[in-house]
Every structure is written in structure tokens, then in C-alpha cells.
Design a protein around this ligand. Structure first.
Ligand code: ZN
Length: 134
């Protein structure tokens, strides 16, 4: 893991939150993207080496909808950049972490992603992400 790639924030209304975060950060989101398989719409703000990702649920059974129902809006996950996601998954499994998807999935912003179960990470949902090179 070599840097915090982004922080993911669960929001109820992406349009309103894009406006809010544009004011807060002083920059507009550089992209919006829907990940249909995860039931989310996302937007990304660049903050130096890292990014802020806003996530809005697009369906009721989306993990983001469930998160907001339980905990309200707020920080949902922290994502670390890795250069070899398969190797990192093996390493973390060896350390006793539970990897929620051992086969990396295609996430937003052109990344392979995998998540760790928050019960082994002090309640923090951790995302690993690696750039997709095509
Ligand atoms: Zn993310």
C-alpha cells in the first residue's frame, strides 16, 4: 500500500453534495460515474495525491443505501492504492484479514478494487485499489 487513494463518503443526494463539496474544497468534481453492479453513482474530487469520492445509492438494496439507513451520511470507506492487488490480497489474508471479494472487481474511476471486512479493521471498511491498465 503506498498512499491513501481516496476517502469514500456516503451521501443521500449526489447533486447537492457535489455543490457542497465544490464549495468546501474549492474545486469541482472531475468526474461522475455510475457503477451499476454496485448500485451507486459516484463523483470524484482531486485533492493533491488523494481524492474524495462521494457515493449515492441508485437502488434500495445498494450497500450505500444500507449504510445510510444504519449510520446516516458520512465516511464510508478508506481506499489505499496498491500496485499488485492480487499479491496484496494474499498478504492480507495471510495476516488474518477477511477479504470480502477475493477476485478484484471493476470499481469506479478505472480501478480494480477489493474490500476488507470492517470487523477486523476497527470498524473501518478498507478498499484496495489498483489502476486498470488497458
Ligand atoms: Zn472507493
Amino acid at each position: 500500500m503506498h498512499k491513501i487513494e481516496h476517502l469514500g463518503i456516503a451521501v443521500k443526494d449526489l447533486t447537492a453534495s457535489n455543490e457542497l463539496f465544490s464549495k468546501l474544497l474549492g474545486v469541482a468534481p472531475y468526474k461522475e460515474e455510475e457503477v451499476a453492479s454496485e448500485g451507486v453513482k459516484t463523483s470524484f474530487f482531486e485533492m493533491g495525491e488523494s481524492k474524495i469520492e462521494l457515493l449515492e445509492a441508485t437502488k434500495e438494496d445498494s450497500p450505500i443505501a444500507k449504510f445510510i439507513e444504519k449510520k446516516g451520511e458520512g465516511i464510508h470507506h478508506i481506499a489505499f492504492a496498491v500496485s499488485d492487488i492480487h499479491k496484496e490480497i494474499e498478504r492480507l489474508k495471510g495476516e488474518g484479514f477477511i477479504v470480502l471479494n477475493e477476485t478484484p472487481k471493476r470499481g469506479a474511476d478505472n480501478k480494480w478494487v477489493a474490500f476488507l471486512h470492517p470487523k477486523n479493521t476497527n470498524g473501518v471498511l478498507v478498499e484496495l485499489c489498483q489502476d486498470i491498465e488497458e
